[in-house]
Design a protein around this ligand. Sequence first.
Ligand SMILES: Nc1nc2c(ncn2[C@@H]2O[C@H](COP(=O)(O)OP(=O)(O)O)[C@@H](O)[C@H]2O)c(=O)[nH]1
Ligand SMILES: [Mg+2]
Length: 512
Amino acid sequence: MLRQFLVFYRGEIIFTHSFALGLNIDELNKAKEIMQKVSISDKIISRSILKYQIFHHRKDEIQYSFITDINDPHNYIDKILKNTIHKFLLFFPDPNELKEQFSSKEAFVKYLIEAQHELHTKIALIGPLNSGKTTLYNLVRNNDEHSIMNFAKSSTVSIADLKFDLWDNILDDNYSLLWSKIIGGSDLIILLFDASNYNLKVLNHFLSLYKKESNLAKLLVIANKTDLVSIDEIKRIKTELDNIAIKELSLINSNAKSLVFKYISDILQLKKGLPANFEELIKQAENLEQNGNTVGAIAKYKELMNICSAFQELDYENEFMRKCDELNLKLTKAIEERKEEQKKIKFTPFEAIKFSKKVNIKQLPTKNPTSAPSNIVPETGFLKNSEENNFENQKKKIESQIIRKKSKKLKLKPSDIKINLEGIIDQERSSQISTQRDNVNPPELEIDPNALKTDNDYANALQIMITREGGQLNINLCLEFIEKIKNILGRELIFNDLLIAKQEFIKQENKS
Ligand SMILES: Nc1nc2c(ncn2[C@@H]2O[C@H](COP(=O)(O)OP(=O)(O)O)[C@@H](O)[C@H]2O)c(=O)[nH]1
Ligand SMILES: [Mg+2]
């Protein structure tokens, strides 16, 4: 049967129409390459590719291809392809303008549908007497019956846009020699048997007839009259005929016609209508693209490509593939640019960071809680270390800091921060406390880099590190500091950034 018609112009696909599953985009491109190497022009040549045949004709810069089943007769296809090319040139004299010619496209597809009918794709009903063949034939056929000599009747059956010739025998002998005439030249053989009364020997006879006469045709085996047997019985039949795929049917059921159509569509892999949400998926992809979510848009276009491939929408598939290529290129460029920028970014810009916001700092607990903090630099909110840097204050400062951090829902687990107060106490005992900040041994605070997840975690850790060095920075400013560093670097922070940030801060503080 005719599966696809394709037109290439200067190596690009400019027109496709699919009736059934054929070659996908990649396979087509391979086929196109093979065909381009063939120097013969103005003559139809055919090749077998995978399980299909390609009938190919090249004239000047345009190539035309029919993709058909492997068993389709050459002389017949040749004739129809020639007529189709002639018609195509009448509809589209200038291939450059084809994209805009919507109405001509529709009219040409109508012509293609007619051409498919002309091919007389044949479906033959075979099987033991009394299995329900004639009942099925009458259920699905159109009103255009005619006799084929004295052994068969034929009518057409329409499924979607396609038309097939359906043959039913009028023989009353399972072993008649005329069965081979019914089977020969078929695209699809439907072997029907009565699930409530069948004979394995007779079934095997029909199976061997199929293999002998038309084994390139597709085979659909149906157990009919399932209304007369139990589910267990059907299971038993399937086990008995375990190397054959068997479909179930009851022709007295109201859904019998649509079920038969579904079985035929599936086995011939006919083109299905696109899913209902297809348009919606396109919109989603376009929105993602417009909103700058390139990765999301690529994923959505790939999803659409898979749908198009399954539904044989090659035009769409091609379009989405181009979109993906475009976006991938954009993404690669953006990544490259970002890498270049990151290379330029050094840690030195930290020194340029200035806090414009004035943040109030609560006075740390001192021996005289009413006295105003004289050691705050007004523009920055930084605390200068001076006389409060005695050990008692240092200890209280750490303790109050821990309380503050707890109240701010610190995301670091308590186990991530270990404070060794013993060290402080030891120093207190040794009473070798200097009023100079540099001489004070800060309490030991250990931070687990792996526990740092959010900006708040980083801000808290930075505050702890600064405190260890004897400096002090309000938690809000720490957070602001973290955000600015992130902005400058243009990436997520790592623990090492904190160490450098802390050093920079202490350096700045020492200068002030
Ligand atoms: N119960 C039942 N009877 C069926 C079914 N299909 C066909 N029949 C009956 O089986 C008999 C033989 O059907 P027919 O189509 O003439 O079989 P053929 O010899 O294979 O053409 C007829 O009486 C049909 O009404 C079915 O699914 N269920
Ligand atoms: Mg009959």
